[in-house]
Design a protein around this ligand. Structure first.
Ligand SMILES: C[S@@+](CC[C@H](N)C(=O)[O-])C[C@H]1O[C@@H](n2cnc3c(N)ncnc32)[C@H](O)[C@@H]1O
Length: 197
């Protein structure tokens, strides 16, 4: 299998990385949900050499992630855990942060609910959950490009779609996490950060 490649990851890794470096300078471990190609993990683990970046995803993505990890030569990345958020057993270990990029609009809503609940259980007190992607605010998807993207998503799978910020924030609150930051990002994306209280 050829090494997978995501142009979106190449485009967004630097702006996301700037925020993660600021937020995670004194954190030691991160659990990534839906690592995808593994590109993000390699980039962020290289920028944050003091911490351990644990990848995870559905099993079908593991061979691609492992190719990126093997090539990186980094020793602060964990090989992917098989973690379909709604089907697999979550790690027992507690993490100081969790990160997920472009997953909430791909997962069905019940899976998003489980992700928030389980992330909160996997974090230490004070731990951070950083969620990147396009968002809807008070029923409005502001950017035309995101409205078109949302339409395509729902057309191909009615369970997918850009999520409402208020709904995500409610899930976070119910799981014991409060909003710390809502960062505007390039290409009409957001990086939301909640903290476990
Ligand atoms: C659009 S890709 C994003 C990948 C990567 N995070 C990125 O930003 O390029 C969506 C990812 O969500 C993962 N995913 C979808 N449903 C999932 C689930 N139920 N549990 C865990 N991961 C899931 C997919 O396997 C895929 O890696």
């Amino acid at each position: 299998m050829n090494k997978p490649f995501s142009q979106a990851c190449e485009n967004n890794r630097a702006p996301i990385g700037d925020i993660l470096v600021r937020l995670l300078s004194n954190r030691e471990s991160v659990l990534e949900l839906g690592s995808g190609t593994g590109q993000h993990a390699v980039w962020f683990a290289r920028q944050l050499p003091h911490l351990y970046w644990q990848t995870s995803d559905r099993i079908e993505n593991h061979s691609g992630i492992n190719q990126w990890l093997d090539e990186s030569g980094l020793d602060n990345i964990g090989v992917p855990i098989a973690l379909n958020v709604s089907r697999d057993v979550w790690p027992k270990k507690k993490f100081e942060a969790a990160f997920s990029s472009n997953t909430a609009h791909i997962m069905a809503w019940p899976e998003v609910e489980i992700m928030f609940r389980e992330v909160a259980s996997s974090l230490v007190a004070g731990g951070l959950f950083c969620l990147y992607g396009p968002m809807q605010y008070s029923g409005v998807i502001a950017a035309e490009s995101n409205r078109a993207f949302n339409y395509r998503l729902k057309e191909s799978n009615p369970n997918q779609g850009i999520r409402e910020f208020n709904d995500l924030d409610q899930l976070a609150l119910s799981a014991g996490m409060s909003l710390l930051e809502d960062n505007a990002m390039p290409a009409n994306n957001r990086l939301l950060v909640w903290q476990k209280t």
